[in-house]
Ligand binder design. Structure first.
Ligand code: NAP
Length: 436
């Protein structure tokens, strides 16, 4: 028997569990821990609420989760309720699939000002992550600035632009829907420190901006390189840049029909947050040029009005006591998934925040191959039996997959018309819903 602990129940965690079941079948016991009482990590709290088709992958994780081989142990924080040393003592292999749940800081003057928020917090707010549900961003101003040119920036800009009707069928949480309905935002500016050829946005996501009811995307044609320069781009990026060219060709008459302007501001590096009375009023930006792929300041500085700033500049993994960490990269120090004997990492905790949900699948299979290579032939570990004793001795309130199914039933029952669910946004309500 092999005893495997997976820490984190998002895509990386469940693909790893799936790989372990494929490899060892009945000869393994796999416990999937999560600090929340609810599973699926980014699928629940990261993927945008209006992207339900992406969220449907959770059905695949459910197939792995039911049965005795894989067990969900929610509401257990590794590093607090149980240490890494204890887990390593109990299990043959501990795989950290904890993702990258914290914002990379925007290290500029004024970054701590009120209504300057990171995407982990902002996305967590509209997706009902208990850590961020109370964020309560102020949407009463006219101008929002979104920093970064990746898919998260697109998610945030799109969510800020949509009408109530456009959220039909989504699982955006009620508090966010109400706040967005009352929003007074008229411009959303997406700020990139480099140019159109350096965006990280993918075509499908970028193309959605063409179909928004009350917003239309604006690109200054002067920011676009000559069209023949696109030939050197890889096909995905070339498609994205072609969409930017489409945006640049939208006539003023069409923009005029839509009350919200979605501006792309390229070659714009944030310099400082400007505030009044402790609240953000503008962002100071330095014009850049791109030399050998790098943004270089030109010395030209200007101010953009900003009542809300959302930084979408990447994420980092949370540290856990006893696990070596690579500060600069913001992830666990690892050699292609190996951290220490019996301790591994996978997904964003291993490689940083890049790629799609599907990228985690080969990652999960690869880490299980490593565990298989490293595994001594017979295990003397106690696995989940040992964990259960420890949990009881500590009075941990462990949430099972069956409990989660009851929580989910309650969320489905509470859904507004047409929505798949209304999420509980705090841990206490989740736990209370378990008893039906
Ligand atoms: P990302 O794709 O790495 O984009 C981060 C952006 O932030 C880049 O444009 C980067 O510019 C910019 N940036 C970084 N530091 C900055 C700074 N100090 N000042 C100004 N700009 C800065 O990251 P992400 O958008 O957080 O997305 C994470 C991953 O999740 C990606 O793989 C993404 O594709 C994926 N995702 C996918 C979907 C989807 O498929 N629907 C949705 C959301 C997220 P530089 O390039 O100049 O560094």
């Amino acid at each position: 028997m092999r005893h495997i602990a997976i820490v984190g129940s998002g895509p990386a965690g469940y693909y790893t569990a799936e790989a372990a079941v494929k490899k060892w079948g009945e000869n393994a016991r796999i416990d999937v821990f999560d600090r929340l009482p609810v599973p699926f990590g980014l699928i629940r709290t990261g993927v945008a609420p209006d992207h339900q088709s992406i969220k449907a992958v959770a059905r695949r994780y459910e197939k792995t989760a039911v049965g005795d081989t894989v067990r969900f142990a929610g509401n257990v924080t590794v590093g607090k309720d149980i240490s890494i040393a204890e887990l390593r003592e109990l299990y043959d292999a501990v795989v950290l699939a904890t993702g990258a749940p914290s914002d990379r800081p925007l290290n500029i003057e004024g970054a701590e000002t009120k209504n300057v928020v990171g995407s982990a917090a902002f996305v967590g707010w509209y997706n009902g992550h208990p850590e961020f549900a109370a964020l309560d961003p102020d949407l009463s101003g006219r101008h929002a600035v979104v920093i970064g040119m990746g898919n998260v920036a697109l998610d945030v800009a799109r969510i800020l632009s949509k009408t109530e009707a456009e959220f039909a069928g989504s699982d955006i949480v009620a508090h966010a829907l109400a706040a967005l309905q009352a929003s007074k935002i008229e411009t959303v500016t997406i700020l990139g420190r480099r140019g159109p050829h350096q965006i990280m946005m993918t075509p499908k996501e970028l193309g959605e901006l063409l179909h928004l009811e009350r917003a239309s995307p604006r690109v200054d044609p002067a920011d676009l390189p000559p069209v023949e320069d696109d030939a050197i781009l890889e096909p995905g990026l070339r498609k994205s840049v072609t969409l930017l060219r489409e945006f640049a060709a939208i006539p003023e008459s069409i923009h005029g029909e839509k009350p919200l302007a979605l501006n792309f501001d390229f070659f714009a590096n944030p310099n400082a947050i400007v505030s009044e009375g402790g609240k953000v009023t503008a962002i100071e930006v330095e014009r850049t040029t791109v030399e050998a792929g790098r943004a270089v300041g030109t010395g030209e500085v200007y101010r953009l009005p900003a009542d809300l700033v959302v930084t979408c500049i990447g994420y980092q993994t949370n540290t856990i006591e006893g696990v070596p960490f690579e500060e600069r990269a913001g992830r666990f120090a690892n050699d292609d998934g190996r951290i220490l004997p019996g301790l591994y990492c996978v997904g964003w905790a291993k490689r940083g925040p890049s790629g799609t949900i599907g990228t985690n699948r080969p990652d999960g299979y690869a880490v299980i191959d490593l565990v298989d290579q490293d595994f001594a032939s017979s295990s003397r570990k106690r696995g989940r039996e040992g964990f259960d004793e420890l949990a009881e001795a500590r009075g941990l309130d462990v949430v099972s997959f069956r409990d989660w199914q009851k929580i989910e039933e309650a969320e489905i029952a509470a859904a507004r018309e047409g929505a798949p669910r209304e999420k509980f946004v705090d841990v206490e309500s989740m736990i209370a819903a378990r008893s039906g």
